[in-house]
Ligand binder design. Sequence first.
Ligand code: DMJ
Length: 589
Amino acid sequence: MNYNKKLSDFIRVDVPTELSNDKRKTKNLKRYWNQLSKCQRSFIFSILAILLLTAFYLVSGERQLAMLNGENVRIKYTSRNTGDSSRDSHFNSVPTVDDIVQQNQGLEEPGGAEVDNTVNRNQVLLPPRTQHRFSGPTTSRQKAVVKAFKHAWKGYKQYAWGHDNLKPISEGYSDWFGLGLTIVDSLDTIFIMGLKEEFKEARDWVKNELNFDIDKDVNLFEVTIRVLGGLLSIYHFSKDEMFLEKAVDLADRLLPSFDSESGIPFSDINLRTRKPHAPKWSPDSSTSEVSTIQLEFRDLSRATGDPKYEIAVDKVSRLLHKLEKKDGLVPIFINANTGQFRSYASITLGARGDSYYEYLLKQWIQTGKSIDYLKDDFIESIDGIEKHLLRVSVPKGYTFIGELLGGGRDFKPKMDHLTCYLPGTLALGVHNGLPKKHLRLANDLMKTCYQTYVQQPTFLAPEITYFNIQGENPNDLHVKSNDAHNLLRPEFIESLWYMYQFTNDSTYQEWGWKIFQAFEKYTKVVNGYTSIGNVKNTANVRPRDMMESFFLSETLKYLYLLFSDDPKLLNLDEYVINSEAHPLPIHLS
Ligand code: DMJ
């Protein structure tokens, strides 16, 4: 490259006369430069390039070292650089709002009135992202999933718009928190599926209607994983500041939940008064709930440059880490004031226990594998599961995870469908360097979870399955009538996707397709999809008239990803996915 020519092209600047000395100096320099050999010039250029690169790295690398909780937790924040595309290139890796806006008349231009580009926040360094785009379905199976999503969305739009959940049979809605859960939970699914119209109407609703200033008690965990997680995920994909502003408003209202004597949050909080409290039915918080908010609050701190959110949740994780456990296994209740586990509470990988284990691993991944105690606690807990909870049924020998009751004394051969998230999480761990034997366990659990579907005439899993360990009857699996419902849950589909991602074994796609067809056959109704009360009877599945937001957020999203022919449609080396299937960026530390 002819550097001289380039320089001269750009250094045509008229300067005032008092600078004429400088002009002379510049001329001398030019003369001196022209006398140098080609080799000498290249040498000088190399030195200058090295100096420039070093200076750039030092300036942008470490703007702030935040000490968290006085415990040597260091977060490296760097100034947000809107122009630099090498570090921030993940923002270019998906279709931005720009892409969608251009094909969608009426949506304000990004950078327009409602977007404040002047905000100078800090953001933690992100590793480079691959270039890919969410440009819509490419396989026939993906197209079928998108069709299902559109069907669900149409019913929701017609009868429940702005409310939490659709009641598709009575053509009504239900409100849990009054936060338009289905819309917020669906935003990133819509984005990933490349649905432009739906994105526009959902975004408009969030911008104009989503209001957190309501006199309403909400559950910290549920609102965090669904609403805060949903807003953050779509913010990262779309780069639209409006979503981040909404996330900040919500998180500021949730933050007083952590004002307990111990720092363990109360389970509920009023969004207007910001007064937290324990659940009405118990003095305790659920262990999985207080430990499944960290990815979201940390991500918000990294996105805004304000460490207060991360400080609050990091403290919770550290308190949990210090508590005594049963080989890494935790009771499902914890008191916010004492900061102690309820010692007689059950130990389970199902309801109220499940995602404690999930977020140990995922927090470690989110922070660039830099917080070792999280990984160590995860590994210890898997050993604990193998030692205390893992059994094999008779006669066929299905490996399952049971529960310990009474503070760990009595074993119950009961497994919630919720537990079927674990094989996927184990595979994610192995992908990130954790012990290979975890993959064997994941494989065994996949077979068992699949059986909970296969063995029902509807080909849909019940909420809870019991396993035969005494040989008292000829079947390995047993479902009580009170447990025979299916809420359109995602956990097994989620694991199918993770397993497919890491093994490339198309069997997982085939299993997923069969389950999708069963959803189509037994849960699809005129105005959407419905939970059913009985997976054991094809003649009467007892529709429950409820479409949960996680059906759109998780179940359909994981199916869409599972049926993709692009193995990196969502790259698990770049994103960590929260408990409600909302992808968040992985950081370097
Ligand atoms: C979702 O809200 C989340 O996946 C949560 O972690 C567990 N329960 C539902 C889905 O089943």
